[in-house]
Ligand binder design. Structure first.
Ligand SMILES: [Ca+2]
Length: 310
């Protein structure tokens, strides 16, 4: 049986960030740390660790970002790839996320690094419908329904004729949230309230309780996931483009959730909901006319022509 090791929370975050990018190496960073600890930090392992740390830190800071010129919103380029979408057998949680099925995202796209803020909404729409409007411009806009999010997108697209913004599809959202992970959260088996804003009085499974903040937090208050995105777990739920459709069992490419239902998908949980609701695979729904004080959105920018991908 593998020897249990104790790694500090900041180191875990760093390893999480680096490991998916170093999958061509014969040893993963957690394996190297394990070897170092067993060998009492032998100098040769320490040297290897420093080299890898330098590599992954550079990779972490060179995630390709793009700034939307009107509002200054930051986007992160998400590469194409495959992943298993949905709740795998044995994962504890609400059941309508299954079955898992292979999902392929065939084209790169840009994903909002943060939830859309109250300041960005006000700049484009001229008002601030948020329940928590007194908190400040860097807090996520909420209390907007799906149709109002579409109006924001239409206006932003009109101001940026060479680009096309949209809500993420549900598949894009889960793919970007997971950032290469297959665990319940992109932080691993557990989600601490040091890593996300959710109701910590109701932790996941048997994990310890955390704090309940009773309101949203400014976007980017917690560490980014492995692909540089903040608040994918918690803070505010995020509208997706898709109607809520039953999952297929066979492999799928780039689905757009265009079945006939009257419910739209929202993802990611919020400051008002428990840890289970914040799982990467968790699906939740609302009528597109609904509003809520913990329901907002983030955008994707589609890459229409790879030749003009900045
Ligand atoms: Ca969120």
């Amino acid at each position: 049986m593998a020897e249990a090791i104790s790694i500090s929370a900041p180191t875990k975050r760093l390893l999480r960030r680096c490991t998916p990018r170093n999958d061509s190496l014969s040893l993963t960073l957690p394996q190297i740390v394990n070897l170092m600890m067993k060998n009492k930090w032998h100098p040769s392992f320490l040297f290897l660790f420093v080299i890898l740390l330098s590599t992954c830190t550079q990779q972490g800071t060179t995630n390709r970002e793009w700034t939307e010129p009107v509002t200054g919103m930051t986007f992160v380029r998400i590469p194409p790839g495959k992943f298993m979408m949905g709740t795998p057998p044995g994962e504890v949680g609400q059941l309508k996320q299954g079955p898992t099925h292979e999902m392929e995202i065939t084209r790169a796209f840009y994903m909002g690094k943060y939830e859309v803020t109250q300041g960005e909404w006000q700049q484009i729409m001229g008002d601030n419908p948020s329940h928590f409007k007194t908190l400040g411009v860097r807090f996520p806009v909420e209390n907007i329904n799906w149709h109002e999010a579409q109006m924001f997108i239409q206006r932003l697209n009109a101001l940026n004729s060479q680009y096309r913004f949209a809500l993420p599809t549900e598949a894009q959202w889960e793919y970007a949230c997971r950032a290469g992970t297959s665990t319940p959260f992109n932080t691993g088996e557990d989600l601490s309230t040091a890593d996300a804003n959710y109701d910590g009085r109701y932790p996941y499974r048997e994990f310890p309780q955390g704090s309940y903040r009773d309101q949203p937090t400014a976007v980017g208050s917690f560490p980014a996931n492995g692909w540089g995105l903040h608040d994918m777990h918690g803070n505010v739920w995020e509208w997706c483009e898709d109607w809520f459709c039953e999952y297929p069992t066979e492999p799928v490419k780039d689905p757009r959730g265009d079945c006939e239902t009257d419910l739209k998908v929202i993802r990611g949980g919020s400051w008002y909901f428990n840890a289970e609701s914040a799982r990467s695979a968790r699906r939740y729904t609302h009528n597109p006319h609904d509003r809520g004080f913990s329901l907002g959105f983030r955008l994707v920018r589609e890459i229409v022509d790879a030749d003009f991908d900045e």
